[in-house]
Design a protein around this ligand. Structure first.
Ligand SMILES: *Cc1c(COP(=O)(O)O)cnc(C)c1O
Length: 457
């Protein structure tokens, strides 16, 4: 156990130093400074342990990246073994065994057609690479294409290029003046879209129209397959992804599948694209790629796109993009171990029962007057809270109901994070049945208890 987890004096010092020096991401710092910060000092399989020694179920996969739990023997050991060779050597002009092993596996397990792996360090950079690759691909084949089409409520990371493809006003609005101009179509979630059950058809019509109106101008359609996670766990109608693939083929435009959140078993299959038999031209991987251990991301693409970049230095076809820690050896070793563990532990076959179990337990909240919608895609869940389930009237956002419910969950030994008033559940796909049961009971009890206590709606 770490020192902090059993030393109350150290816990106090850490909390003070955090407030003095650390600026937290996606965090309203005024509120943070006023609150009692929870500092996670250690983790043990599917639980997080704070500096006071309290244990909580990790109900959000440590921000959607943890797959097998924490302190997993096989992954820990793979990193230790790699440390005995090298922690990091560069991929700029040199190879390294772990990056080669990982690329070999990724080509094997991702949709057919994806043959090349370009490494980076985060989901945002994986998307940044994909959009620059798509843009330069057309340059290299003699076409000047500049436009991208993306979905409203989409999220692709926080670098300026990936923010340009993002459609979440709260996160992205302030940076508007810095961004390139992207074409947005609606998010086809039936609960949120005015067309309801016809949302999918409506949005496909929009895509068809935009692409048809400007032939030869679009580089790519960029989307999160099946579910727009950060936008509020907004699920798509069945068949939407496959139809977008068909439209992009018909209009001769590339499809970039951002599987940063959905990849590696979260949707109930290894990759979301598998559900609809879709082969994208570019696929972005991050979050779960290393099992949630280290920052490694990958942009995968086809032989055809790769071939357009082949050439001698003077031919100007080279992709001038790379990050210092691209393809980091420890990270790649962790990713190889995580992927091997997915198969050796039989994780994919274990998923349908867990997905069904979660669906059954969520049913206990289906008739709750303040639960407007429950959206589930595999083990990715959004529980949308609202003032009136009949009229879909939301709560006043200033009340922070989602945050209050998640705060209350800690009292039930569960850590989850909301997206506005959507309660997000993202258990590690390998979570054992007993922990999953405790987690779902805590969710149901927390929501029920919250609205019993807070009747001022
Ligand atoms: C989280 C996320 C990203 C960004 O990944 P980072 O590692 O945070 O940069 C990109 N796309 C999707 C779909 C994501 O959920």
């Amino acid at each position: 156990m770490t020192r902090a987890a059993d030393d109350p004096a150290d816990a106090g010092r850490l909390a003070e130093a955090d407030k003095a020096f650390v600026w937290h991401p996606f965090t309203a710092m005024g509120q943070w400074l006023a609150d009692d910060p929870l500092i996670v000092a250690a983790a043990d399989r599917f639980e997080l342990i704070d500096t006071g020694g309290r244990r909580y179920i990790d109900g959000f996969g440590s921000l959607w990246c943890n797959l097998h739990g924490h302190r997993v023997g096989q992954i820990d050991e793979a990193i230790r073994r790699q440390l005995d060779s090298a922690a990091h050597t560069t991929l700029l002009g040199f190879g390294s065994p772990p990056s080669i092993e990982l690329a070999t596996r990724l080509v094997e397990i991702t949709p057919a057609g994806l043959k090349k792996v370009f490494y980076s360090d985060s989901g945002a950079t994986a998307v940044e690479v994909a959009l620059k690759m798509a843009f330069q691909y057309y340059r290299n084949v003699g076409q000047d294409r500049r436009r991208f089409l993306a979905l409203r409520q989409g999220y692709h990371g926080d670098t300026v290029g990936s923010v340009s493809l993002g459609g979440i006003e709260l996160f992205h609005g302030v940076f508007g003046p810095l961004l390139f101009d992207t074409t947005f179509v609606d998010c086809p979630n039936p609960y949120r879209h005015p067309a309801g059950e016809a949302a999918g058809e409506t949005v496909l019509g929009q895509i068809d129209e935009f692409l048809g109106r400007s032939p030869g101008e679009y580089c790519a359609v960029v989307m999160e397959p099946l579910i727009q996670a950060a936008g509020g766990m907004l699920t798509h109608p069945q068949g939407f992804l496959a139809s977008v693939r068909e439209l992009t083929r018909r209009h001769d435009v590339l499809l970039i599948a951002d599987e940063v959140a959905t990849g590696f078993c979260r949707t109930g299959r290894l990759f979301a694209c598998e559900h609809e038999g879709v082969e994208p031209d570019l696929m972005c991987l991050g979050k779960g790629l290393t099992g949630g251990y280290l920052p490694v991301a990958a942009t995968m693409t086809t032989q055809e796109i790769f071939d357009a970049f082949r050439g001698e230095p003077h031919e100007g076809r080279t992709f001038y993009h790379g990050h210092t820690y691209t393809g980091n050896a420890l990270g790649c070793a962790a990713a190889v171990a995580s992927i091997d563990l997915i198969f050796s532990s039989g994780l994919p076959a274990s998923l349908p029962a867990k997905v069904d179990y979660v669906r059954r337990r969520l049913g206990e909240l289906a008739d709750h007057p303040h639960v407007g919608d429950i959206r589930q895609c595999g083990l990715m869940v959004g529980i949308e809270l609202g003032a009136d389930r009949g009229t879909k009237r939301p709560f006043d956002p200033r009340r922070g109901v989602g945050a209050a419910v998640c705060g209350r969950a800690r009292g039930h030994g569960l850590i989850i994070r909301p997206l506005g008033d959507v309660i997000v559940l993202m258990p590690a796909p390998a979570m054992d049945a007993a922990t999953l049961e405790r987690m779902m009971s805590a969710v149901v009890e927390t929501v029920n208890e919250h609205f019993r206590a807070d009747t001022a709606v």
